[in-house]
Design a protein around this ligand. Structure first.
Ligand code: COA
Length: 265
């Protein structure tokens, strides 16, 4: 294939896409967290039966060319462009951590484009400890910072090897990790949650140290038409620590979405 015949990435973003023409209901669009990419979702979420699923890489992550975008708003705007370029109708946006912030912001920017929200290990405000920001600033010291962050990211029942694999991925994320954490630190939509009307599923591990259950409870309490799935023993990587429970909760949410009346203002 000659280089000129390679189709451009829609809106410059790489994504996996189950793309089933026969899929029913709104597509499920997965948005990764800081320093992550499409590889940080479990197979059971990347291929929900009967559903079109896309796992997007934000600029500067995984298969998407960089640099990373500096703000959550810019990421949300780019995600919305991508959805438009794909010709997708209103979609269910699912985000992990930073990805949850992107999903919330996309829903605030373009409510008609969002059929539902799945907010995994995230919050309406994501301040980052100054020492973590400092530790990730210097690319040559990233290995050490990745070790610390990965240590805080898993609960006591995480599968063997997950922490080490995640640590290696964060260390390989390069400058995108620091840039993502700066974007998290500036993110705050706590006052704006009541504006949102999309039904939401909030997922949180009981041992999450980076976005603790308090953040999930706040989302549940402030988002009309939302419910909270607490995952016992899981940490910040809840979707990789307890993939079955998280995937079942998401499938149940998607099924209910089809039969539920819209949330009225
Ligand atoms: N949902 C609900 N409550 C939240 C919240 C959220 N998303 N974010 C903050 N709050 C609460 C805090 O619990 C705190 O409540 P309190 O006063 O009752 O204790 C209050 O709002 C202010 O918290 P915060 O905005 O975080 O400022 P802070 O100066 O208290 O703490 C940090 C700042 C950085 C020390 C703190 O956020 C922290 O420890 N973060 C580390 C975790 C981290 O780095 N996470 C990465 C996220 S990607």
């Amino acid at each position: 294939m000659s280089p000129t015949s390679i189709p451009p990435l829609p809106a410059g973003l790489f994504s996996t896409d189950t793309g089933r023409a026969s899929a029913r209901g709104p597509a499920l669009v997965l948005v990764h967290g800081a320093g992550e990419c499409h590889r940080h979702w479990p197979p059971s979420l990347l291929t929900v039966p009967g559903r079109r699923v896309l796992a997007v890489d934000l600029p500067g992550h995984g298969g998407s060319p960089g640099p990373a975008l500096p703000t959550v708003e810019a990421m949300a705007a780019r995600l919305l462009e991508f959805l438009q370029a794909q010709g997708l109708g209103p979609a269910v946006l699912a985000g992990h951590s930073l990805g949850g912030a992107v999903a919330l912001t996309a829903a605030l920017l373009a409510p008609a484009r969002v059929a539902g929200l799945v907010l995994i290990a995230t919050g309406a405000r994501l301040r980052v400890a100054p020492e973590v920001l400092e530790a990730t600033r210097d690319p040559s010291a990233l290995a050490r910072a990745a070790e610390t962050l990965a240590g805080f990211s898993v609960g006591s029942e995480a599968p063997a090897g997950l922490r080490e694999a995640y640590q290696a991925d964060l260390a390989a994320a390069g400058p995108a990790l620091h840039s993502d954490l700066l974007a998290c630190d500036a993110f705050d939509v706590m006052e704006r949650l009541p504006e949102l009307r999309a039904p939401a599923l909030v997922v949180c591990g009981t041992q999450d140290q980076l976005t603790p259950p308090k953040y999930g409870t706040f989302l549940r309490d402030c988002l009309p038409g939302s419910r909270l799935e607490l995952v016992g023993g899981a940490g910040h990587l809840v979707m990789l620590e307890a993939p079955e429970q998280v995937s079942e909760a998401v499938e149940d949410f998607l099924q209910r979405l089809e039969s539920a009346p819209p949330v009225l203002s």
